[in-house]
Design a protein around this ligand. Structure first.
Ligand code: DOR
Ligand code: ZN
Length: 348
């Protein structure tokens, strides 16, 4: 069996920097035409100039003729000036601004401590039509880690939606049925990305056969009923849901550690894993919308003209890939994936 799809895009990707970036970039560029690149470097990408410089480093590290376009983001801090937003839009390099609640995840220390502090920036973004890309978890230690997305909707996101009219919002890597419902009830200026790992795994997978640090990410995997809600949303054909892999590589040594980092590397098989999830749901017909159409439509970018072909032919994922001076353990390491990328055809 074969599937011919419009070449997909990844609407949420961590590429890191330096030699590690060059290693992971090739995995994304082999299949995706474009990716929204997260700004949580050290130091974070907080200015239009830094975003343009990071974009240049990515382009320089790309394999020849990859035909891959990085779409850049700015990292919002309490101190981001309104002028920086205007500069980013004028420069044409940045497609969105990332909101990390301070302390919510990897390299989020410089994130926003109180949404009120960035209200003028958000109002300017609404005016300019620049989307806010939201890591939707509260950082309140009183809130159970499995409830942090739900609490964020109630405490931050829903009030924000109503208090900044016209602000375009992408609720990133949603993990709960609560988020699915909230997005569906919100106006059309709201969308959400969903990762392959949240479509395929629930929280029990982290503990099956011994604790698996390579299945730890943030927001953490949730109960099975939430996975089912996400799969329903992704396969529903609703244009409000699209693929953001959140592929987030960390060196093996920092994952297999007493305080292992959050992040799952999936770029090597992201589209193939989506095909598995959609096949299991009996919804392969909805795959192209989710991976190749809805995101471009939301961001107001043309859909890709190129195509990719998937064949239903199992292959075994390597135990590790190169990652700078270390290695990264990919999702499904040493296990099989049912679909394989057979080729990419470039139109024109
Ligand atoms: O698991 C995650 N890893 N979640 C995030 O929000 C950040 C990411 C990273 O950068 O490693
Ligand atoms: Zn992310």
């Amino acid at each position: 069996m074969q599937l011919l799809l419009t070449r997909p895009d990844d609407w949420h990707l961590h590429l890191r920097d330096g030699a590690a970036m060059a290693d992971v970039l090739a995995h994304s560029a082999r299949v995706f035409a474009r990716a929204v690149v997260m700004p949580n470097l050290r130091p974070p990408v907080t200015t239009a100039a830094a975003a343009a410089a990071y974009r240049r480093r990515i382009l320089d590290a790309l394999p020849r003729a990859a035909g891959f376009q990085p779409l850049m983001t700015l990292y919002l801090t309490d101190l981001t000036p309104v002028d920086e937003i205007a500069a980013a839009v004028a420069g044409g390099v940045v497609v969105g601004v990332k909101l990390y609640p301070a302390g919510a995840t990897t390299n989020s220390d410089a994130g926003v401590t109180d949404i009120e502090r960035v209200r003028p920036v958000l109002e300017a973004m609404a005016e300019l039509g620049l989307p806010l890309l939201v890591h939707g978890e509260v950082v309140d230690p009183e809130v159970d880690i499995f409830d942090r997305e739900r609490a964020f909707i109630d405490r931050v996101l829903d009030p924000l939606l109503h208090s900044v009219p016209g602000l375009r919002l992408v609720f990133e890597h949603i993990t709960t049925g609560d988020a699915v419902r909230w997005v569906l009830e919100a106006p059309a200026r709201v969308a959400a990305t969903i990762t392959p790992h949240h479509l395929l795994y629930d929280r029990n997978a982290i503990f099956a056969g011994g604790i698996s640090p390579h299945l730890y990410c943030l927001p953490v995997l949730k109960r099975e009923r939430h996975r089912e809600a996400l799969l329903w949303a992704a396969t529903s054909g609703s244009p409000r849901f699209f693929l953001g892999t959140d592929s987030a590589p960390h060196a093996r040594s920092t994952k297999e550690a007493a305080h292992g980092c959050a992040g799952i590397f999936s770029a090597h098989a992201a589209l193939e894993l989506c095909a598995e999830a959609f096949e299991d749901a009996g919804a392969l017909g909805a795959l192209q919308g989710f991976t190749s159409q809805h995101g471009a439509d939301f961001y107001g970018l043309p859909r890709n003209a190129d195509t990719v072909t998937l064949v239903r032919e199992p292959w075994t994922v390597p135990a590790a890939f190169a990652f700078g001076d270390g290695e990264v353990v990919p999702l499904r390491a040493g296990e099989t994936v049912r679909w394989r990328l057979a080729g990419t055809s470039v139109s024109r």
